[in-house]
Every structure is written in C-alpha cells, then in structure tokens.
Design a protein around this ligand. Structure first.
Ligand SMILES: NC(=O)c1ccc[n+]([C@@H]2O[C@H](COP(=O)([O-])OP(=O)(O)OC[C@H]3O[C@@H](n4cnc5c(N)ncnc54)[C@H](O)[C@@H]3O)[C@@H](O)[C@H]2O)c1
Length: 339
C-alpha cells in the first residue's frame, strides 16, 4: 500500500491530536514535527515517533521525503506557511479557518491549483456520527425539500481552556485569531450547514455581542447569523462562548419531514405518516480528525477531490466575514463578496 511522508507544523493543543492521527494512520510515515518552540517539537517527535524535528517550517518545505503537511498554528499564520508549502509541492491539510481574510484564502487556493497539489481544511465536525447520519438523511430526500435549518454551537470557553494553554496567547487577539467565537467555531458551523443542505449562502445578516466580563472584550463572545441560502433556504446559526450548557443541536425542516441531531449523538426524525418522533440509532465512528486525515490521504493517493475542498473552506470563511460586516453596518450582506 502506498504510504505518504507526513510532517506536522504546530505542536500545540490540536497539533497533539494530529500527531496521534499521523502515528496511527496506515497511509503515513511520520517524518518531521515542527514548532517554533523547540521543546514542543522535540516532545511530539519522541512521543509520536516522527523521524526528526525542527523549529523552522521552511526546512519542512525543502524536504523531498515529505509529501503532506498538517498546518496547526494560529490562524493569522496559516496563509504564509501554507503558501510556502504549496509552492514547494506539498499537499496541505490546514487547520480552520483557512485564513483570517479572503485575500489570503484565495492566494492559498491559487497556489494549490498552480502547483497541482491538494489543499484541505480541517472541518472534522462533518464526521461526528450524528451529523454524518443527518447528512445521509437529508440527501436521501426523506425530508423533502429543505425549507429551514437551525444550528447552534456553544460552550463556555473559560471552562475549557486551562491557564497554561498556549492558545490563550492568541485566541482573544483578533490580529492573530481573526476574530472571536464566530471566527473560531462559527466557521465550523457555517461549513456544516452548507455541507448538510448542499447549498450556498447568498445573504447574511448578523448580530454580535460581548456578554461575559471575564472574556477579554477584544473579541465577540456571542453571535447569531440569519442566512439566506440558494433555493431560498433560511438558516439560523448561533454561537456562544458566554452561555452555559448546549448540546450543539442542528434542526432541519423540510416539506415532508424534520430531523434533529446533536452532539454527542441524539438523532430523531419526525415520521409524518405516524405523527411520531422516531429515534435513529447512530453508529460510533472513528475520531473525526483521524477520519478526515485518512480521507484526505486517500484523496491524494487516488487523485480525487479532498473531503473538504479549499473552496468549501473559502465559502465558510466568506460567510463569517459577511457576518462581521453585517454586524457593523446593521445590513444584510450579499454573497459572494466581490472586492
Ligand atoms: N479543528 C478544530 O476543531 C480545532 C480545534 C482547536 C484548534 N484548531 C485550530 O488549530 C490551530 C492551532 O490551535 P491550537 O489550539 O493548537 O493552538 P496552540 O497555541 O495550542 O498551538 C499552536 C502551536 O503553533 C506553534 N507555532 C506558531 N507559529 C508557528 C510557526 N510559524 N511554525 C511552527 N510552529 C508555530 C506555537 O508555538 C504553538 O505550539 C488554530 O488555527 C485553531 O483555530 C482547530
């Protein structure tokens, strides 16, 4: 079986999860771990069996034995680092959001296409089993024509981050993160909603706010998006770091039925004939980052489209940029955004 040499750039919180996936995949040879902090790069090398480590991503770009690179560094630097790798002929799995602005995102896409390599973005929530099953249900047509979708993601950021996490150095600094809860997890949900109903955003209206006094007010901690999609589908996406308790529900309403999924795993369909709700059993699946990495590696080996395309990632970012613009101007922003 063909195996690919894989490097990891960024050995922080999510980097460790990727290192595990790289170690465990049957398509990989772990080649290089890289972090600007030497001890982190070295620790990941030792723990997950990479052949070597470095503190300089340009060294990764120069190596002939590296085919694929996972970029797991703060959002502001995704473009600069990924572009260098794409120019050197590496396939790139970059963390979300693709970039912090549309110009950088487009440059990444252009570079990938010019170099004939694949660029995939880590929207792994598509592979949470209840959402994958929800996608199957929508695609089967059993809900009929989709009319509305409502999707929520929320958790208390101050309860999930430890004071020692290096993420704290950049997460609340919009110069590096690109924004607050919308940019951080909102992009996941703008991607999920597009993917679930297989439609694009054509208009976005949004509210953003800051509610928790313990979260730096440099960024928004809560946002609600009202979106028009192709075929006039209406969507609501709401996200928060300030509220307490949420099961990340996604509700999909069609002209023949309704389905509701959440995380960690409820899935119910309204059976219009019986007039009852039916619980659907959701089979456990692989850890979603691991699943996405394997799908990406297979897409490289078989020269197929990646599981999340660069254009998918551009469109999820575009919806978020439109939401910030709408919140500022208090008007609907039409998509695509043309500059
Ligand atoms: N897909 C997801 O669900 C998910 C979850 C968490 C984080 N993320 C994304 O992953 C990225 C990293 O987040 P994190 O939580 O791991 O942050 P982190 O701060 O824990 O880790 C980032 C690491 O990158 C290193 N780094 C920074 N610049 C570098 C460079 N030029 N070269 C090499 N190393 C560099 C830092 O030293 C740090 O160790 C962000 O884009 C974030 O949005 C995605």
């Amino acid at each position: 079986m063909k195996k690919l040499g894989v490097a990891l750039i960024g050995c922080g919180g999510i980097g460790r999860i990727h290192a595990q996936s790289i170690r465990d995949s049957r398509y990989t040879i772990p080649k290089v771990s890289c972090d600007i902090v030497r001890e982190k790069a070295r620790q990941i090398q030792v723990e997950y069996g990479f052949e070597t480590y470095t503190t300089d991503y340009e060294e990764v770009a120069k190596r002939d034995d590296v085919d694929v690179v996972i970029v797991a560094i703060p959002p502001r630097y995704h473009a600069e680092v990924s572009i260098k790798l794409l120019e050197s002929g590496k396939h790139v799995l970059c963390e979300k959001p693709i970039a912090t602005n549309l110009k950088d995102a487009w440059e990444m896409i252009t570079k990938a296409h010019k170099s004939g390599v694949k660029l995939c973005i880590d929207y792994q929530n598509r592979y949470l089993p209840s959402y994958s099953k929800l996608k199957e249900i929508i695609s089967s047509g059993i809900l009929g024509e989709i009319i509305q979708i409502r999707a929520r993601v929320a958790y208390s950021i101050l309860h999930t981050i430890k004071p020692t996490d290096s993420m704290l150095k950049w997460l609340f600094n919009p110069e590096i993160s690109g924004g607050g809860v919308l940019m951080d997890i909102g992009t996941h949900w703008t991607d999920l909603v597009r993917w679930l109903v297989n439609k694009d955003y054509v208009g976005i209206y949004a509210l953003i706010g800051h509610f928790n006094p313990n979260i730096p007010n440099t960024i928004e901690d809560t946002a609600t998006i009202l979106a028009r999609m192709t075929d006039d589908i209406q969507a609501i996406i709401d996200v928060s770091w300030a509220t307490i308790g949420s099961k990340w529900p996604i509700e999909v309403y069609g002209d023949k039925g309704t389905a509701i999924a959440d995380f960690p795993g409820r899935l119910e369909i309204y059976d219009a004939k019986k007039g009852e709700w039916e619980k659907i059993k959701v089979k456990p699946s692989l850890e979603p980052h691991f699943k996405l990495l394997n799908l990406f590696l297979r897409s490289i080996i078989n020269d197929e489209e990646p599981p999340v395309t660069d254009i998918d990632a551009y469109k999820s970012l575009e919806a978020i940029i439109a939401a910030y613009e709408s919140a500022k101007t208090r008007r609907e922003v039409l998509l695509p955004i043309l500059d």
